[in-house]
Design a protein around this ligand. Structure first.
Ligand SMILES: O=C(O)CCC(=O)C(=O)O
Length: 250
């Protein structure tokens, strides 16, 4: 089984490009594969500024980075950028808005890996017993529940690469098309990871990986000196994700 690389090729969405052709190509790729790479969305000066601003706001970090990062002014500003909102709206519809951000910070000083998984837990404003939702937990004061497929299909993550991800610094790997299989148990995820060729998502700094939360993904430890920082911002079609449940913004 080979590992493919994704990330070369022509930008699909950038400041310098016409925006008419792009959205449909992107939406089709995300529908089919569960992900798409969009190089050169943010210019390098802007990426450096974002990094400086995040560092200056001195967020409390976990080993993997910073959770609930949408509470930081600089991150919230990035998430509201018109080009990102436009991209989310193309996939999720006109009301798409950011509800959660995580800074994944992998470096020789804080090196980590994640096994093949899907992102199924959503932050919620209040706890209600609703069929298909759970188990529930609380992280940093925010309620979380594992969500059913119908809710997760209303979510898109835009992963903004603050450093170039290379084959050596623990890039995200994905199993294309697996978002269409719904919420899977660990055995099925493992089985799929042994039968589907993974794609390594190699993205330049300032580029974006758009991905569906049910796309099976993993990443290895970095074997490089270079940092691999990614701002993972999730957008939803609407805050009322499944009545009476509302997403928490965090
Ligand atoms: O950035 C990574 O390497 C892992 C991210 C991840 O596991 C996630 O988004 O759930």
């Amino acid at each position: 089984m080979g590992q493919k690389k994704s990330g070369a090729g022509k930008p699909m969405f950038s400041r310098s490009q016409g925006k008419r052709r792009t959205p449909l190509i992107l939406r089709d790729a995300i529908d089919r594969d569960g992900f798409a790479i969009i190089p050169n969305v943010l210019p390098s000066g802007e990426v450096e500024q974002i990094l400086e601003q995040i560092c200056a706001s001195a967020p409390r970090r976990t080993r993997a980075g910073v959770r609930h990062a949408l509470r930081l002014g600089p991150v919230s500003q990035v998430a509201q950028q018109p080009n990102l909102i436009q991209l989310a709206q193309v996939v999720l519809g006109p009301e798409a808005f950011p509800f959660r951000a995580t800074l994944f910070d992998k470096s020789p000083r804080s090196n980590w890996l994640v096994v093949w998984h899907q992102d199924t837990a959503l932050p919620l404003r209040e706890r209600h017993q609703v069929l298909g939702w759970g188990p529930w937990s609380v992280k940093d004061g925010v309620h979380y529940a594992h969500a059913p497929r119908a809710a997760l299909s209303q979510v898109l993550a835009l992963r903004i690469h603050l450093d170039r991800s290379t084959t050596l610094n623990g890039p995200l790997r994905v199993l294309p098309g697996t978002q269409a299989l719904g919420v899977l148990d660990d055995d099925r995820i493992h089985e799929l990871s042994t039968t589907i060729d993974p794609v390594e998502c190699l993205v330049s700094a300032g580029g974006i990986l758009a991905m569906r939360p049910l796309l099976i993904h993993s990443s290895s430890k970095s074997q490089a000196e270079a940092d691999r920082r990614v701002l993972h911002i999730e957008y939803a079609a609407s805050s009322s994700i499944a009545a009476p449940l509302n997403l928490a913004i965090t």
